[in-house]
Design a protein around this ligand. Structure first.
Ligand code: FES
Length: 118
């Protein structure tokens, strides 16, 4: 819709990225451009043009499913499905940013308990 702006998906980085979103939206309202607009635009992922990135995303999400058979671990905070971070070898929660090591030990809150790895 024209003149309707939505900023979302901060993944625990709302204090920082909401300010960037506000600056981008302000620039758009004023008819200007912001140098970060392209980085944060919701349509930046173009599967046809960006097959490598899409392939990596599918590969990463598949790894987390394969790693634990059919079950994906749930966060000890509020129960969101965790994603396997193959680079850092951690289970990361997309909801509020909790992180767990390979064995399920809590390494970053807001979760305060470990998780069970199957
Ligand atoms: S549900 Fe995972 S950090 Fe909140």
């Amino acid at each position: 819709m024209k003149d309707v702006y939505v900023a979302t998906g901060y993944k625990k980085w709302g204090m920082t990225t909401s300010n960037i979103a506000a600056k981008i939206i302000t620039a758009k309202i004023l008819g200007k451009t912001n140098k970060y607009e392209e980085i944060f635009t919701a349509t930046r992922l173009r599967p046809i043009k960006n097959r490598w990135e899409l392939g990596e995303m599918v590969k990463e999400s598949t790894k987390s499913l394969i790693l634990n058979g059919k079950k994906v671990p749930r966060c000890a905070h509020l129960g969101c499905k965790l994603s396997w971070n193959n680079l850092e070898k951690t289970w990361d929660c997309p909801c509020h940013g909790s992180r767990f090591d390979e064995k399920g030990n809590q390494i970053y809150g807001p979760a305060i308990k470990d998780i069970e790895i199957f």
